[in-house]
Write a protein that binds this ligand. Structure first.
Ligand SMILES: CCOC(=O)CCc1ccc(S(N)(=O)=O)cc1
Ligand SMILES: [Zn+2]
Length: 261
């Protein structure tokens, strides 16, 4: 009979039903950061962070994570400096975490997982008219990654944790104002930076990653509060929102630079 050549079936991610690997992807995220392979770049500037807490809008559960979204219609909450050519506007922040404390972060350092990772998502409003446009451009986004480790209770995070029961189900939202996310960023200025991608659909290769070297400390109850969230909508069979991190991606032809020696 006639031999029909079947195209190889893409392996789909169990959660995102999107291809695990992007065909032709050369700068995918997350990656393992091998400390000794990172290259100190003396020309990297300190990252300047200036957020206006009144730009905070709401918290919502989008079925992948919980996001705190900001009014990005002005330059009130921005970052500038670091590896960035110009300033970027804060759009939202969210987290990735595990079912247990042994894993949960997206990036790893010397193959070590942290129990969770915070992403503060910014977009290049100098070159592009909207976040949606910036998502498609190589220099469109800048995401600050902050590792969470088990330790002392984080008072700033607690205001967020207290609001989580109100967004337990997918597509629920509550108003949230006067929150300054810089309280979630370590004061130590040291970071790694590399060219990468979004770690959830559309997985576009548009992110300048800025990964803080120092983690913040949160306590067990605060991590457990993340794990009470659901991937599912009200009325659906409940699936706990845990392990919402993407598998590590190949480094390929990239160098991770460090702002410190
Ligand atoms: C315009 C549609 O595109 C989006 O909404 C992208 C949202 C989105 C923002 C940040 C990330 S992460 N985990 O790489 O920081 C993933 C997805
Ligand atoms: Zn993320």
């Amino acid at each position: 009979g006639v031999q029909r050549n079947e195209a190889p079936k893409a392996v789909l991610h169990p959660l995102w039903q999107s291809p695990l690997t992007i065909p032709g992807g050369t700068r995918q995220s997350p990656i393992n950061i091998q400390w000794r392979d990172s290259v100190y770049d003396p020309f990297l500037k300190p990252l300047k962070i200036s957020y206006d807490p009144t730009t905070c809008l709401h918290i919502w559960n989008n079925g992948y994570s919980f996001l705190v979204e900001f009014d990005d219609s002005t330059d009130k909450s921005i970052i500038v400096g670091g590896p960035l050519e110009n300033q970027y506007r804060l759009k939202q922040f969210h987290f990735h975490w595990g079912a247990i404390n042994d894993w949960g972060s997206e990036h790893t350092v010397d193959s070590k997982f942290y129990p969770a990772e915070l992403h503060l998502v910014h977009w290049n409003a100098v070159d592009y008219p909207s976040f949606e446009d910036a998502v498609m451009e190589g220099n469109g986004l800048a995401v600050i990654g902050v590792f969470l480790k088990l330790g002392a209770r984080h008072e700033g995070l607690q205001t967020l944790v207290d609001a989580l029961p109100a967004v337990r189900h997918k597509d629920t939202v509550i108003e949230f104002d006067e929150f300054d996310p810089s309280c979630l960023i370590p004061s130590c200025p040291d970071y790694w930076t590399y060219a990468g991608s979004l770690t959830t659909p559309p997985l576009t290769e548009s992110v300048t990653w800025i990964i803080k070297k120092k983690p913040i400390e949160v306590d067990e109850d605060q991590l457990e509060a993340f794990r009470t969230l659901l991937f599912t909508s009200d009325g659906e069979e409940e699936r706990r929102m845990v392990d919402n991190f993407r598998p590590l991606q190949p480094l390929m032809n990239r160098t991770v630079r460090s702002s410190f020696q």
